[in-house]
Design a protein around this ligand. Structure first.
Ligand code: FAD
Length: 616
């Protein structure tokens, strides 16, 4: 019987990236999936990126992964979120054409040497704590040195629409119940989570004239470091909002909503709440925004972002009838909630390898995450480590200081999840360093070393140009008077400053230094922009590192039982409520609370060490 190096179960975003990574590393790779034509399917909104998520896509690209290139090919509207804030928290986002996305994903598979097997995996083959392959629905067995499990929402998937419920992996696709049962029997720590999606509407039935148009950016920012221009026609989105009448309809039917009637037990994504959740949790708000996003250039389907629901179909229709522009909207596919199995990610190590079953790796929604980006990033790491395991190579891990990928995996394997996990910039300690503009500097060397990035020529040329620019900046030495002559704001201590320090000051631009050093007169604009950002963040970045070192030193500091969390300035209400409920005994215990941020920990530390407390 043929033995594969790597078998990947699931052709979703995690599975695709896992198989590609393993294949790039030279592993003989097979991808077993229920429906090969569904590879590249976007289960929910056909949009990629956003805050934190856009960082993940850049990092995937920097490690040679495919999601960024696929999304760039399919992008029909690009927007850089937080454009007015600093580069560290900006997030690229693209509305994608669902069909173009699938086609681009299928092309990537066709261009690889991955073997696709259309089948259902019903069991894992194991011997003495080692996974040895998989069993298929037709009874066949396939041997493999490593297996990546990335079954998304399909394990034990149950769809809910109002009081109606049935087994499914996502709308129109069968659930994987046999594998779910086997994992439970094999003592995997399995829990239930839920997510939801809004109804899809016919564009022809929407009155766009009544709505606010939202165009994309004039100067789009792409995901892949290799993309220079949009590849598809660009189109606008539209904005509408719920009205008090909408909320009346929703409240009247709440008892029939699967998520509210007790029909679903697993927790859902707090950051992507259903409209039922919004109306009950934020009862004082009279309106909630809805983005009407096209599903494709040739598609009549519109995705109303913001009204995910599991109300019965007639209640969904009644709700839409109250929303401006959607009064006559025709539902093409009802909104629904789905409940599914996940495996406690604390059973994994930082390679995403199962601690008790050698050779098994898990990636994507099965680890309790939500989102294409989170899934793809885990897929890449799991696939690379599955290949490394099979080929006897060094593992690939990313630490928290090197990437959002590292932050996510560390969060998952050390803290686990209590609700579907999604990436946010606030989860990262080293935000000022983990920027979208330097994802390649942070991770491509690792990708090259592990064989995930094949060609480093473009990257090396960029690094060389950056180093030349940095050296030229360090050579510059200007007095306050000389600097003022070039347009820089003056300073009072009279000391000379180098180019990095000058750029860090208010209004400092590289072109102002063009005559200060010959090496700075011909810096390409994209390298110049990177140098300016580096200089601007340098001092803050160093401060951040010092803060983190302090936190690490003082993790043992205890937190008093009677601490009044509601009185601590700078803590969000949500975190204060969580802390008050959990009452962690120390900074270390507080750190493990989901949603805890480094900034919040520093506030706690300041509170227990601060003058107010000492005086009391
Ligand atoms: P999936 O994309 O689900 O892929 C799983 C793959 O595994 C499929 O190819 C399937 O055929 C295959 N498979 C499963 N079982 C077997 C088996 N036994 N044998 C062989 N193949 C198998 N994300 C957000 O960020 N925001 C949202 O609001 C959001 N809403 C969502 C709403 C719904 C209804 C759904 C279904 C998903 C939603 N998502 C959302 C999640 C997003 O779609 C997923 O996080 C992402 O697709 C997960 O990728 P994955 O690779 O882990 O799994």
């Amino acid at each position: 019987m043929k033995q594969w190096d790597v078998i990947v179960i699931g052709g979703g975003h995690a599975g695709l990236e896992a198989a590609l990574a393993a294949n790039r590393m030279g592993a003989q790779t097979a991808l077993v999936t229920l429906d090969p034509e569904a590879i590249g399917t976007m289960s929910c909104n056909p949009a990629v990126g956003g805050l934190g998520k856009g960082h993940l896509v850049r990092e995937i690209d920097a490690l040679g992964g495919a999601l960024g290139r696929i999304a760039d090919q399919a992008g029909i509207q690009f927007r850089l979120l937080n454009r007015r804030k600093g580069p560290a928290v900006q997030g690229p986002r693209a509305q994608c054409d669902r069909a173009l996305f699938s086609q681009a994903a299928q092309r990537v598979v066709d261009d690889s040497e991955i073997t696709i097997i259309a089948s259902e995996v019903t069991d894992l083959m194991m011997a003495s704590g080692v996974v040895t392959g998989v069993k298929l629905g037709n009874g066949a067995e396939i041997k493999s040195r490593s297996v990546v499990l990335s079954t998304g929402t399909f394990l034990g998937g149950v769809i809910h629409i109002g009081e109606e419920q049935y087994a499914a992996g996502r709308m129109g696709e069968t659930a994987a119940t046999r594998l779910s049962e086997r994992l439970r029997e094999a003592a995997f720590q399995v829990g239930r989570l839920k997510t939801g999606t809004p109804p899809r509407l016919s564009a022809r039935s929407i009155d766009f004239m009544a709505l606010q148009k939202q165009p994309g950016d004039d100067d789009p920012v792409f995901f892949s470091f290799g993309t220079t221009a949009p590849m598809a026609r660009q189109v606008p989105c539209y904005l509408t909002r719920t009205l008090p009448e909408t909320h009346v309809v929703i409240r009247a039917r709440l008892g029939e909503s699967a998520m509210h009637s007790g029909g679903i037990t697993g927790p859902g994504p707090r950051y992507c709440p259903s409209i039922e959740d919004k109306v009950t949790r934020f009862a004082d708000r009279e309106s909630h925004q809805i983005f009407l996003e096209p599903e494709g250039l040739k598609s009549d389907w519109i995705y109303p972002n913001g009204i995910s629901t599991s109300l019965p179909l007639d209640a969904q229709q009644a709700m839409l009838a109250t929303i401006p522009g959607l009064e006559r909207a025709e539902i093409m596919q009802p909104g629904y909630a789905i409940e599914y199995d996940y495996v406690d990610p604390r059973s994994l190590d930082h390679r995403l390898g199962h601690r008790a079953l050698s050779g098994l790796f898990l990636a994507g929604q099965i680890n309790g995450t939500t989102g294409y980006e989170e899934a793809a990033a885990q897929g890449l790491i799991a696939g690379a480590n599955a290949a490394a395991n099979a080929l006897g190579r060094s593992p690939l891990t990313v630490d928290r200081a090197s990437g959002y990928i590292g932050v996510m995996i560390d969060d998952l394997v050390t803290m686990g999840v209590t609700e579907p996990y999604r990436m946010f910039t606030s989860r990262a300690e080293y935000r000022l360093h983990l920027r979208i503009d330097n994802a390649d500097q942070r991770l491509t060397p690792l990708g090259l070393a592990r064989g995930l990035v094949a060609d480093g020529k473009v990257f090396s040329a960029k690094m060389k140009a950056l180093e030349v620019g940095r050296e030229a900046l360090r050579r510059v030495s200007l007095s306050p008077k000389e600097a003022a002559g070039l347009g820089f704001a003056s300073w009072s201590d009279g000391a000379r400053r180098d180019g990095m320090a000058l750029l860090a000051g208010e209004g400092g631009r590289l072109e102002m230094l063009a005559t200060a050093d010959a090496g700075l007169s011909s810096v390409p604009p994209e390298i110049g922009a990177l140098l300016e950002t580096e200089a601007r963040y340098d001092v803050y970045h160093r401060r951040q590192l010092a803060d983190m070192e302090r936190l690490a030193r003082e993790e043992g500091e205890s937190l008093p039982d009677d601490l009044d969390y509601s009185g601590i300035a700078g803590l969000s209400n949500e975190l204060a409520a969580k802390l008050a409920a959990i009452r962690p005994s120390s900074i270390a215990a507080a750190r493990r609370i989901e949603g805890m941020t480094p900034a919040a920990l520093l506030r706690l530390l300041a509170e227990v060490r601060g003058p107010r407390r000492r005086a009391g």
